[in-house]
Ligand binder design. Structure first.
Ligand SMILES: NC(=O)C1=CN([C@@H]2O[C@H](COP(=O)(O)OP(=O)(O)OC[C@H]3O[C@@H](n4cnc5c(N)ncnc54)[C@H](OP(=O)(O)O)[C@@H]3O)[C@@H](O)[C@H]2O)C=CC1
Ligand SMILES: N[C@@H](CC=O)C(=O)O
Ligand code: NA
Length: 433
């Protein structure tokens, strides 16, 4: 074992700065945990003149990634620069140079995590990515280690802080969507282009990573059905509240009979569900295991020091493996062949809000359509509208197959009594699992 472990950083922004601070400020604890000092020796940045919020020698900064990747003294590369294709090449080059890799890059891990894990194993290196999902929450380790003995049946996650912040502000403070989004941007949770937050792609990337690990199946980003929150209205939230629901952008992953489904969508959660109480920019992942039953992991999903906590814990794992001589031995290949549920096999409850002509027989037309698609009603609200001759109806269904639900969605538009369809949402969290 060498005297100290040298870390090369790719990136020194929000997260990179937090990593340097934690390594410096927690040095004594780190030495105790891993048995030697840990030092950041080379750092890739875009601008070496930029004023930094950490103490690092000017010599350690470089504009050339290969000054870090090819440095024979660097043991571990921490990638906190972002980017996909070019960054993937840097990490493959680093692994081929027998350097361990720790990354926070969800965009990269969602697309190429399996390939990078395989390259790491082939090189006897570690590849860890705890910070890529739910920044400060040890959910990757929770699934890979803590729940390794169980069979995970279902995950539900609030894994995007920006959308949780927006929905919380709309729900609790009556703030408009645009103002809430602007506030999330000002507070620094949102991505540079918030489209990937609000349209669900950021959450989908995180759910692909989690589902792959939880179900030991090669779930890919394209396997995740995605819809975002940009069309959610105040009226939807109000009607949900009346019925005892809270709207959340939920990442949903479920498997039964070795067949999986993964989605991200705005969902009405029963107020009794523990995820319904996760507010503001916080993240949480609810995990249901066959043996353990319900568990929930809660905490900050982003931010400099929370995210750095996960990265430095990954570093501790790498260095511990170095001491034990067991790097690159975590199982990277999935145990099961990927099998995805068809629409016929996916079941959920649904919330439907529509405006109908307020006339005799309108309701029986609706009932006929739903029952012809084997969908039954669990709750119904009828409310007067300002518009003459039109009533608002909110329906919550019992569980129905996605196939039948989609058929109903197609047909309901053509019913003469239907004036307009306002919204459709999934409903979760009522009753047991
Ligand atoms: N911010 C957060 O809370 C979280 C972030 N992440 C992930 O962590 C990663 C980093 O995020 P964050 O710290 O917020 O990003 P920042 O934009 O704050 O920092 C990026 C850093 O990388 C450097 N950099 C970027 N591109 C290049 C390049 N081509 N060449 C050289 N240097 C480059 C920048 O240099 P310079 O400083 O000179 O501009 C900067 O130091 C991303 O993958 C993100 O998705 C994950 C969880 C939470
Ligand atoms: N934009 C993301 C940041 C962390 O991944 C979020 O809002 O959660
Ligand atoms: Na995490």
């Amino acid at each position: 074992m060498r005297d100290n472990v040298k870390v090369g950083l790719l990136g020194l922004g929000t997260v990179g700065t937090g990593v340097v601070k934690m390594i410096q400020n927690h040095q004594e604890q780190l030495v105790h945990r891993v048995g030697c000092p840990v030092e950041v020796t080379k750092v890739l940045v875009k601008d070496v003149e930029k004023k930094r919020d950490v103490e690092l020698s000017q010599d350690s900064l470089t504009l050339d990634p290969y000054d870090v990747i090819n440095d024979p003294n660097v043991d571990v590369i921490v990638e906190v620069m972002g980017g996909i294709d070019q960054t993937k090449q840097y990490l493959l080059d680093a692994l081929n140079q027998k350097k361990h890799v720790v990354t926070a890059n969800k965009d990269l891990v969602a697309l190429y995590g399996s390939e990078l894990s395989k390259a790491a194993a082939e090189n006897g290196c570690d590849f860890y990515y705890e910070a890529s999902v739910a920044g400060g929450i040890p959910i990757i380790r929770g699934l890979a280690d803590g729940l390794a003995s169980d069979k995970i049946q279902k995950l539900m996650g609030i894994v995007n802080g920006t959308t949780n912040f927006i929905l919380t502000k709309m729900n609790k403070e009556g703030m408009s969507y645009d103002v809430a989004l602007k506030e999330a941007q000002d507070l620094g949770f949102a991505e540079a282009d918030p489209t990937s937050d609000v349209e669900g792609l950021d959450a989908a990337r995180k759910m692909a990573i989690l589902a792959r690990l939880a179900f030991s199946m090669n779930i890919e980003l394209d396997d995740v059905d995605v819809s975002g929150i940009s069309a959610v209205s105040d009226s939807d939230l109000k009607h949900g509240q009346t019925l005892g629901y809270t709207m959340k952008l939920i990442g949903y992953a479920d498997q039964s009979d070795a067949r999986a489904e993964v989605s991200v969508q705005p969902t009405f959660l029963s107020n009794d569900h523990p995820l319904a109480a996760v507010n503001d920019e916080f993240n949480a992942v609810y995990v249901y295991g066959e043996a353990v039953g319900e568990t929930m992991f809660y905490g900050p999903g982003a931010g400099s020091l929370p995210t750095a906590t996960s990265i430095v814990s990954d570093l501790v794992a790498v260095i511990t493996n170095m001491r034990l001589g067991v790097n690159g031995q975590s199982i990277s290949a999935p145990q099961f062949e990927k099998q995805l549920k068809t629409a016929e096999e996916k079941y959920a409850k649904y919330f439907i809000r529509l405006h109908v002509r307020d006339e005799v027989g309108a309701f029986s037309e609706l009932t006929k359509l739903f029952s012809s698609n084997s969908i039954s009603f669990e709750k119904i609200l009828q409310l007067p509208l300002d518009e003459e001759g039109v009533a608002e109806i909110v329906i919550v269904t019992h569980k129905a197959s996605l196939e039948n639900y989609q058929k109903m969605q197609e047909q309901i538009k053509d019913l003469a009594v239907v004036h307009s369809i306002e919204s459709f949402y999934r409903v979760e969290g009522e009753g047991a699992k």
